[in-house]
Design a protein around this ligand. Structure first.
Ligand SMILES: Cc1ncc(COP(=O)(O)O)c(C=O)c1O
Length: 409
């Protein structure tokens, strides 16, 4: 495996990085080199990917925040897409589409049709923007409450709801965006008022280091929103589609939001597609009689992407799939008990919290030496985001546990 020749057109890592630095992003490369990381994704299959130049093989326990929840090049997804290629393409985003209709109905079924309308996009940020636009349109209000250190993407409204470090370089924030600490109902109580259009929350804030919501947190916020006429938007871009052992992370509490935003894993890692699930009321303004084209996206809900996404739903919806995620989660909890980190966990959405950033970075390099890839949370670098592929077999899980245990021996 390690003698695999590097992919053309660059014979060596140095040749590649010279061009990458000149034309793509020199400081990104420098950043990874400072961390001691020099990865170029080469061959990839199932739970593994390989560095293109060194041949280092890694179990992908980051998976781009869940893009590779079903592993790399999942054969169910690739064969569905391959069978459709040559017959389907992106389609026409203005027209009626059988692929979008089918996928929307299936997504809606995951919440017992409580969110029967689905708007498709190409990125998570775009899907968050849709949810915020819908809430503003439905309420006629503009204030948006979100969580400090949360992350919703880098597009307009999503950026405005996220962490200041990503928007400060680009001028003042949009008005009417307010942030409060996570897991702080009292702060929410102050922030949500009669001008509030919506509260947007991640089911578990990944970039903030995966703090698990306190029991009753979502119920309390749902009630505050209901009392004050605001909408509740759940960003499930990372936590959705089985990652936490339920279809959606919010389903760990008996709470139905007004919107669920999904992305990443919906693509099957093959074709970008995201979706915003909405109530009829929230959707009204986006498909109003006066102008049903007030929101459109050329590539959103591309028909070939819908095929990939339907294959993802086929896999996650198989009997026993979610139970397997829960069972693996319990096994990890037991096996990680003696290891030197605090485990934050819901299903296979896990964060390994160390005493310091330096310790976490050291741990990252040690687990990589054992063939495991995970990555620090952007807004709390003491935490390594640990998201094993959901398709992990029991044997693969034991192998992964043995590697992790050895890394900390
Ligand atoms: C919770 C969450 N929401 C939204 C986004 C934005 O998704 P995208 O990068 O596809 O725009 C991300 C991306 O990491 C995310 O983690």
């Amino acid at each position: 495996m390690s003698s695999r020749p590097p992919s053309p057109p660059f014979e060596t890592f140095e040749q590649l990085t010279a061009v990458f630095c000149e034309h793509v992003a020199p400081n990104k490369l420098a950043y990874y080199q400072r961390m001691g990381l020099q990865l170029v994704m080469g061959k990839r299959e199932g739970i593994w990917f390989e560095d293109a130049y060194t041949g280092l093989r890694l179990i992908n326990c980051h998976g781009n925040g869940g893009v590779f929840g079903l592993g790399h090049c999942n054969p169910r997804v690739t064969s569905a897409v391959a069978a459709a290629l040559g017959k389907l393409d992106i389609g026409n985003h203005h027209f009626v589409s059988a692929q979008r209709a089918q996928l929307a109905a299936r997504l809606s079924a995951t919440v017992d049709d409580a969110l029967p309308r689905v708007v498709f996009g190409v990125s998570g940020g775009e899907a968050v923007d849709v949810a915020i636009k819908a809430a503003r349109g439905a309420t006629g209000r503009s204030k948006i409450v979100s969580v400090e250190g949360g992350y919703h993407g880098h597009t307009g409204l999503a950026l405005a709801a996220g962490d200041a470090q990503f928007r400060d370089p680009f001028g003042p924030n949009l008005p009417d965006f307010v942030q409060v600490p996570f897991n702080d109902v009292a702060a929410m109580e102050v922030a949500i008022d009669e001008q509030t259009a919506a509260v947007i929350l991640e089911a578990i804030p990944a970039t903030l280091g995966m703090p698990i919501p306190a029991p009753g947190y979502f119920q309390a916020i749902r009630k505050l929103c209901d009392d004050r006429g605001a909408r509740l938007l759940l960003d499930e871009v990372q936590t959705g589609l089985g990652r936490t052992g339920r279809w959606w992370g919010v389903q760990h509490e008996a709470v139905v939001p007004d919107a669920i935003i999904t992305g990443k894993g919906l693509s099957g890692g093959i074709y970008p597609i995201t979706a915003t699930l909405l109530t009829r009321e929230m959707h009204g303004v986006l498909d109003g009689e006066a102008n049903p084209f007030v929101h459109i996206s050329t590539f959103g809900g591309a028909e070939i992407g819908c095929v990939a996404a339907q294959a993802v739903l086929d896999v996650v919806g198989e009997p026993g799939f979610l139970e397997h995620v829960e069972a693996l989660s319990e096994r990890f909890a037991e096996a990680f008990e003696p290891l030197p980190f605090e485990l934050r966990r819901r299903g296979l959405f896990m964060g390994l919290r160390f005493g310091s950033e330096v310790e976490a970075l050291g741990a990252l390099l040690r687990v990589m030496q054992q063939g495991v890839f995970c990555f620090p949370a952007g807004n709390d670098r003491c935490v390594l985001q640990f998201l094993p592929p959901l398709i992990l077999t029991d044997d693969e899980a034991e192998d992964l546990i043995a590697r992790m245990t050895k890394a900390f021996a």
